[in-house]
Design a binder for this molecule. Structure first.
Ligand SMILES: NC(=O)c1ccc[n+]([C@@H]2O[C@H](COP(=O)([O-])OP(=O)(O)OC[C@H]3O[C@@H](n4cnc5c(N)ncnc54)[C@H](OP(=O)(O)O)[C@@H]3O)[C@@H](O)[C@H]2O)c1
Length: 252
């Protein structure tokens, strides 16, 4: 499932290089939220919990670092004799994953230098690939941050979701990601529901991340139809929409 907060024109932030986690863009974004926003957010979280008890929240590295950020530099060099490109699930994780909630971040390039290991009761877990620099994997191990190796050049999202099920018993993942990752999930056919809170504001901008970015539709590919599940509107202009994704087969 994808769950996001967007402007009325579907933008997720103010421009391509402004992270909402940064102070000033975050402050401006909050000014777009009408008074009902906190209560609607609470209702949205409560509904998700009641319907699905999602065990994992998914984010892309783009939530934490700007698009022009490269791999973390200056890390200690990894021991070449150590095979780091295998799943790393420390004993306290592998032993008893039941009941654990996960904050899962896709980062095959190793771009985020983590200083926290959990968020809102969710334990941090990184999705990496065979191409991820060994020094970065060594850093994750030293910090005790679990990771799963799922893909070659970059994270294979379908494999990643399967591995989360198999290794950690995760049955529902909610993507709170930016447009690139949401777009990749959409193209991979991995989105089954959409929840979107629409703020009464316009942002615009050709390169401003939107709800679903990523690859354009191929000529034979069809748009993804939605079936409306519910609409909640507030008099201050906030909308909360829920849709089921309708599966369609792309013609051969
Ligand atoms: N309003 C909101 O609710 C909300 C929520 C989240 C973020 N945001 C904002 O959105 C912006 C970030 O959006 P963004 O689109 O730049 O970043 P993003 O969605 O985080 O996209 C980059 C991430 O997607 C992964 N990715 C992209 N295509 C992929 C594919 N085909 N297969 C596997 N992984 C793929 C990348 O992996 P690799 O690094 O491995 O290539 C990277 O981790 C920030 O400004 C943030 O503040 C807003």
């Amino acid at each position: 499932m994808v769950s996001s907060v967007v402007s009325a024109d579907g933008r997720l932030t103010l421009s391509g290089d402004q992270l909402l986690l940064s102070e000033e863009p975050g402050r401006v974004w909050r000014t777009l939220q009408p008074p009902s926003a906190p209560a609607v957010e609470q209702a949205r979280a409560a509904l998700l919990e009641r319907l699905y008890q999602p065990q994992a929240v998914l984010e892309g590295s783009g939530t934490f670092v700007t698009r022009d950020t490269g791999p973390v530099s200056g890390l200690p060099v990894a021991d070449p004799a150590q095979d780091l490109h295998t799943d790393f699930l420390p004993d306290d994780v592998a032993g008893d994953p039941a009941g654990q909630r996960w904050f899962v971040v896709v980062d095959s390039r190793g771009r985020v230098r983590w200083s926290v290991k959990s968020s809102g009761g969710h334990r941090l877990l990184i999705l990496v690939a065979m191409a991820t620099p060994a020094d970065y994997l060594s850093f994750l191990r030293q910090e005790g941050i679990p990771y799963l190796v799922v893909g070659e050049a970059r994270v294979d999202l379908g494999t990643a979701l399967d591995r989360l099920v198999d290794r950690l018993g995760v049955t529902c993942v909610v993507s709170n990601a930016g447009g690139e990752l949401n777009g990749a999930l959409l193209r991979a056919g991995l989105v089954d529901e959409l929840q979107v809170v629409v703020l009464p504001a316009l942002i615009g901008g050709r390169n401003t991340p939107a709800l679903f970015d990523g690859a354009a539709l191929a000529p034979a590919e069809l748009p993804t139809p939605l079936r409306l599940l519910s609409v909640h509107s507030e008099s201050d202009g906030l909308l909360w929409l829920r849709y089921d994704v309708v599966r369609v087969e792309t013609p051969a």
